[in-house]
Design a binder for this molecule. Structure first.
Ligand SMILES: [Fe+2]
Length: 138
């Protein structure tokens, strides 16, 4: 895959695409990395709690496959960042999600949902500002 990724990045394929196809590629990499990443959790859970050994074994192979899918969704757009900076918004979104999870982890116990929600909203708006996506009036 690395060779394909490198050849793709060196080619002029992306530059010569119709703007509509470029937009579709940007949207694809922004949207589909997340389901691939999340699918890893489901497969890993089946790999741990499946009721039969065959089920658990197959689910662990599925876990590895979903990790591969997720990594490809990061790797290909990363190779094109020098041509299209908007391909980085998806990794930025992941960092934002990590921040949200950190806020939940730091919340006082017992967790007060409204207080956590206020912090998540504040972190979300800070993230949008950092990505220059806060230009739309609320
Ligand atoms: Fe997948």
């Amino acid at each position: 895959m690395y060779a394909v990724r490198s050849a793709f990045a060196r080619s002029r394929f992306f530059e010569n695409l119709d703007p509509g196809w470029k937009a579709a590629i940007i949207a694809h990499y922004g949207v589909f990395a997340m389901p691939e990443y999340v699918a890893t959790f489901g497969e890993a859970r089946m790999g741990r709690f499946g009721r039969a050994a065959a089920w658990r074994n197959m689910a662990l192979f599925g876990t590895l496959d979903e990790i591969r899918h997720g990594q490809l969704q990061f790797s290909f757009p990363h190779a094109l960042l020098n041509k299209e900076p908007r391909l980085e918004w998806m990794p930025l979104a992941y960092r934002g999600m990590d921040g949200v999870l950190e806020l939940f982890g730091q919340a006082a116990r017992p967790v007060e949902p409204q207080a956590v929600l206020a912090k998540v909203r504040a972190a979300h708006h800070a993230f949008l500002a950092r990505c220059s996506l806060n230009a739309v009036a609320a």
